[in-house]
Ligand binder design. Sequence first.
Ligand SMILES: [Zn+2]
Length: 147
Amino acid sequence: MSKKKKYRGHFCWCCGRTRPNEKFSGRGHSRHICKECQKLGKEEIAFRQHQRNIDRLLCWDGRIRRKSRHVFLRYLNHTNERVRGYAEMVKAHNEQLRQEDREIYLAQQEDEERIMAMCEEWENDQEPDDDDDDNPLDDSDLEEIPF
Ligand SMILES: [Zn+2]
């Protein structure tokens, strides 16, 4: 019996599928693109390749990795309009995520302030406020203070 693997396949990066070898032409094999995807045409394939490169700069949730930001910015000025459009979409999504982060942060901040205010109120109830004179020390007083 031969030790050949029964199912041999090849991964197509373009559609993200592992497909049987017969779905790849000779040239498709070396380019890792299946016959179906090759029919998409040069332009579409190029766009998908850029799209993939952009996706690689992102975290699982679509945030642009901090380290990849400078690379990402280049895609916003890409010569290909569709690539630019895709980069814009990713950027908009990131801005939305940041906005949500900000809202959560502000809500937390507000909660904290409310609690602080409540504590202060409570403290003020406990002891009378006697901070009436602002600065009891002047320069001459300071000179008298031994170190
Ligand atoms: Zn494919």
